[in-house]
Design a protein around this ligand. Structure first.
Ligand code: G3H
Ligand code: ZN
Length: 308
């Protein structure tokens, strides 16, 4: 089916009390792994590209790959810009066909973050595309200690003001997670999530979620987290697959062997996260078809119809 917007899937997630997984893709194999996992789990999915991934794979190429894969899929797929750092990047992604944008102004003073976010929201909403923004800062591993992290966390009252001033659709919050952690040991400030949810009412986004414990996901979702970003865990799985094949057979020259194994392991991680986030089996929510919807059955019917 055609790509859907993050507004649609996050609204359904908020109403249904689960979170949608947002998975970072860098190349064709990631796109295949993420969308195949969503099909097998019958889950809505957000496939996201960072500016680094866009530089690596090419903007038009990413859109073409994801759009093609989404159109062949029976589950809702969103193509989202992850951590867009300026207005121009958001415009380029909107024009290219992204169905969800992000402006990360978390390093800017509050007023400047409001100013640029509002400008992007106005431009994107004119085209029916939702925008995620960030307030408070989710840092990179190695940059701060868990103690220092407290000072970077999202202030609930400030979040309320930010959402009112910008009209943003979803908000990335700093609530205890850190980007690029290789082990799951970050603890979330659940009361802070609840307070931000209560004051803003919009879907909240958890960045740096590879380092969050399963317990953290379980408590964070009912508190207000509706979108959960995973990149590092996918990168770990993908490179583990490549390493495994090349270590077993150092003379292998067919790149499909290591890349294929990387794809398989990545897909397993995506499926496991979808089950943990509660979005497995929820594809029908976004499509207004409820729990009875099964993507597979629908696909079969389409095939049967085509044969007639
Ligand atoms: O924006 C992407 C995510 O926040 C990635 O977080 O490094 O914990 O996978 P991660
Ligand atoms: Zn992030």
């Amino acid at each position: 089916m055609p790509l859907v917007t993050s507004k649609e899937v996050l609204k359904a997630a908020q109403a249904g009390g689960y979170a949608v997984g947002a998975f970072n893709a860098n190349n064709l194999e990631y796109v295949q792994a993420i969308i195949e996992a969503a099909e097998e789990e019958n889950a809505p999915v957000i496939l996201q590209a960072s500016q680094g991934a866009i530089k690596y794979a090419g903007l038009e190429q990413i859109v073409a790959m994801v759009r093609n894969a989404a159109e062949a899929a029976t589950v809702p797929v969103v193509l989202h810009l992850d951590h867009g750092t300026d207005y121009e990047q958001n415009v380029r992604c909107l024009r290219a066909g992204f169905t969800s944008l992000m402006f990360d102004g978390s390093a800017l003073p509050f007023e400047e973050n409001v100013r640029i976010t509002s400008k992007i929201v106005e431009m994107a909403h004119a085209c029916g595309i939702p925008v995620e923004a960030e307030l408070g800062k989710v840092p990179q591993a190695g940059d701060v200690s868990f103690e220092e992290l407290k000072a970077l966390m999202t202030d609930p009252e400030e979040a309320k003001r930010f959402v009112e001033l910008t009209g943003v659709d979803s908000l990335a919050v700093s609530v205890g997670s850190i980007h690029r952690m290789k082990v799951q040991e970050a603890k979330l400030d659940i009361d802070r999530i609840k307070k931000i949810k209560e004051l803003t009412g919009i879907p909240l986004v958890l960045h740096g979620a590879s380092g969050v414990t399963d317990e953290g996901y379980r408590a964070g979702i009912p508190a207000g987290i509706c979108k959960i970003n995973i990149a590092t865990e996918l990168n770990k799985a993908f490179t583990r697959g490549i390493r495994e094949v090349l270590e077993k057979n150092p003379n292998e020259v067919d790149p499909r062997k290591p890349l294929g194994r990387g794809r398989d392991l990545t897909k397993e991680v995506v499926k496991a996260k979808m089950r943990l986030f509660g979005c497995s089996g929820k594809a029908g929510d976004t499509l207004g078809r409820g729990a009875a919807y099964t993507g597979k059955a629908e696909k079969l019917t389409e095939k049967e119809l085509a044969r007639e």
